[in-house]
Design a protein around this ligand. Structure first.
Ligand code: IPD
Ligand code: CA
Ligand code: CA
Length: 278
């Protein structure tokens, strides 16, 4: 058993949480897949512009929440579908499960396959465990700090690319921001011979960065439940990620940039633009 020693007398059993996160991601994903196959029966609600939710999202979040509270009743929980009710002091909890029950809801509701279950775990404010399960491909991406990143049992390595021409960049955009917050970056990426893909699931694209399938991922604003698991995956696969949790990123969201080590600074110059560089 691996425990994390901390200045307080209480130690955290990381192994047990890593095991549960993998098991419950698969269980929740299998339930989501059943609902996906019967999605015509789902009632869909509008949360905002291009932002939908169905009973599937809430049902699947409930599966994860119940499993966590049974096994670790003192752990805190931040799930996309119940985030509105969380306390502003959540960031000071020792262990926080950060969960998107279905990331890629638009794809899910429209019969597209880019969606997944995403579970990240923060311990004392540090992202230590990340699990992304894609039920359609039956791929379980998982990582724990210091132990590497894997899909199933296969180790993952982020891309060694050093130029945007060398592969596909995952991008994301939501109407939480104005298009002007995104378009200059896209123009500079294309101007340098790069190419983008937006598949509709930020969590899955972060997992693909860890797997070296994408050279990186950029989104000007994303929420913690979309990317916390992916942050652990990319770092453990040897990649670089920005300080997403700065300035209350856990509750307010932030930009995310994740890439192989060589490409990360190149992409940051594309975000900042020529006028901003020193
Ligand atoms: C969204 C997806 C999308 C990203 C958005 C997220 P949802 O989550 O991850 O790829 O661009 O920022 O809100 O609504 O499908 O769970
Ligand atoms: Ca999401
Ligand atoms: Ca979601």
């Amino acid at each position: 058993m691996t425990v994390i020693e901390s200045p307080t007398p209480l130690s955290i059993d990381l192994d047990a949480r890593y095991t549960l996160a993998r098991a419950v991601a698969q269980q929740a994903g299998e339930r989501a897949l059943q609902m996906f196959r019967n999605r015509a029966a789902l009632e869909v609600e509008h949360k905002g512009l291009q932002d939908f939710v169905s009973i599937a999202d809430r049902d699947v979040e409930g599966i994860v929440r119940r499993a966590v509270s049974e096994a670790f009743p003192d752990d805190a929980f931040l799930g996309e579908e119940s985030a509105a009710g969380v306390s502003a002091t959540l960031s000071s909890e020792r262990v926080v499960w950060v969960v998107d029950p279905i990331d890629g809801t638009s794809c899910f509701l429209n019969g597209l396959y880019a969606w997944c279950v995403s579970i990240g775990i923060l311990v004392d404010g540090e992202p230590l465990i990340g699990v992304v399960f894609d039920p359609n491909s039956n791929e379980l991406f998982h990582a724990a700090r210091g132990r590497g990143a894997f899909v199933g049992e296969t180790p993952l390595n982020a891309s060694p690319s050093c130029h945007v021409r060398e592969g596909l960049l995952g991008v994301g955009f939501s109407h939480r921001l104005k298009p002007e917050a995104f378009m200059p970056f896209l123009g500079r990426l294309l101007g340098d011979g790069g190419m983008f893909i937006r598949n509709g699931s930020g969590a899955l694209m972060m997992a693909y960065v860890a797997a070296g399938r994408l050279i990186g991922y950029y989104e000007p604003h994303i929420n913690a439940w979309d990317c916390l698991a992916g942050i652990v995956l990319v770092r453990e696969a040897g990649g670089t990620v920005n300080d997403f949790l700065a300035n209350d990123g856990l509750l307010r969201g932030n930009p995310i940039m994740a890439a192989g080590q060589a490409l990360y600074p190149v992409l940051m110059t594309l975000v900042e633009g020529p006028g901003e560089q020193s």
